[in-house]
Design a protein around this ligand. Structure first.
Ligand SMILES: [Ca+2]
Ligand SMILES: [Ca+2]
Ligand SMILES: [Ca+2]
Ligand SMILES: [Ca+2]
Length: 366
């Protein structure tokens, strides 16, 4: 019974160990190395924003490399590394316990020669040190920290990050063109990495703080557009509809919306838009939020009898027999407008010739 119990416990431990190994592949937090190392355990993640990870220099570490720049000396140092994922990378070291840190970044194999990319020692005790680097994607960069003129331990944390590139439709002239469908047909989008747009007044609704992306559509013949957004990673959007003289011209706001859609998402329904005119949509995350979302523009199609040539034929019955009809989605009668244009032209002619204006009314009525 005792042996069974021991076996049982051993099995449980074995299962638990296997479970830990497979269930927590990222549980092994990155650590520094005493000397230069490009081991996986010493690799720090390049995030899209500053996410601190532990970067300690224990008192047991030794002095391994003195770059001699930014006030560095032959003092105990700690190393880590990252692989660049973008053409610009920022590294910030935050020392604990009010210590005075020096931060260096190099390329080169362990043992050297090292090429210094940047160093920082702008602040004194307890002050973060930051370097903004021009980096080559796929290249490995070595990070070194030390305490100013001290071999005692220095705990702290580090963040390595490269903001994602802006979306293709970051600017109005690269606006994503949306088709006005007869029902909502979503286009997947994102404002992650988007920047603010200069030259156009900032929206005055939905806590705009930059990070906008742009869409455009051509108003349909009935001048109706229902612009809907659906949350993804972005759950609180703002949206503004404009006309513009050109994509880099003067923008005139039609409507700014915060939460007319589902949840905190935006929606704009407009009628009376000018058929054939291009309209611009600016979309952003409230208070600088960024994430994925979907957008569509749709309009109820005009009824079959929108034009005289499509008139519904009614039968003359002996009693009232109703025929259902709708004017939802109707456009202005284009033929009437043609008549009006002809009328004005004709009026101009007859007034110049001194003819009776009432003939014009006859043409209009006829
Ligand atoms: Ca060292
Ligand atoms: Ca410093
Ligand atoms: Ca933008
Ligand atoms: Ca909103």
């Amino acid at each position: 019974m005792i042996q069974y119990s021991i076996l049982c416990k051993k099995s449980i431990w074995a299962i638990a160990l296997v479970a830990m190994l497979f269930a927590t592949p990222d549980a092994a937090a990155q650590t520094t190395s005493d000397a230069c190392s490009y081991a996986v355990a010493n690799q720090y993640t390049v995030n899209t924003s500053c996410t601190f990870e532990t970067f300690n220099k224990p008192g047991t570490y030794n002095a391994d490399y003195n770059p001699g720049t930014c006030g560095a000396g032959a003092n105990d140092d700690a190393f880590g590394w990252f692989q660049a994922t973008a053409t610009s990378t920022t590294v910030t070291f935050d020392p604990l316990n009010n210590h005075d840190a020096v931060l260096h970044v190099f390329t080169g194999p362990c043992g050297g020669p090292y090429t210094q990319i940047s160093c920082a020692n702008a602040g004194g005790n307890g002050v973060n040190e930051t370097v903004n680097l021009t980096t080559v994607i796929g290249t490995n960069y070595l990070i070194r920290t030390q305490r100013i003129a001290s071999n005692n331990g220095m705990d702290g944390s580090i963040c390595v990050y490269s903001p994602p590139p802006p979306p293709a439709n970051d600017d109005p002239c690269a606006a994503t063109v949306l088709t006005v469908n007869t029902s909502c047909s979503n286009t997947a989008s994102t404002n992650i990495g988007a920047t603010s747009t200069g030259g156009i007044p900032a929206p005055t609704c939905a806590s705009y703080s930059g990070g906008d992306v742009w869409f455009s559509f051509v108003a349909p013949v009935n001048g109706v557009a229902n612009i809907e957004t659906t949350a993804g990673g972005l759950t609180d959007s703002g949206m503004e509809l404009y006309t513009a003289t050109a994509c880099n011209g003067t923008f005139t706001s039609i409507e700014c919306d915060n939460n007319d859609g589902s949840g905190n998402m935006s929606e704009i329904l407009r009628t009376g838009l000018t058929s054939g005119q291009t309209y611009y949509i600016r979309l952003w995350g409230a208070s600088g939020a960024a994430g994925t979302f979907s957008i569509c523009v749709w309009a109820t199609p005009p009824p079959a009898n929108d034009d005289p040539c499509g008139a519904t034929a009614l039968t003359v019955n002996t009693t009232c027999s109703t025929t259902p009809g709708t004017n939802v989605g109707c456009s202005h009668n284009r033929r009437s407008r043609t008549y009006v244009r002809k009328l004005f032209r004709w009026r101009r002619v007859v007034l110049v010739r001194g003819t009776d204006q009432r003939h014009g009314e006859h043409l209009h009525n006829g």
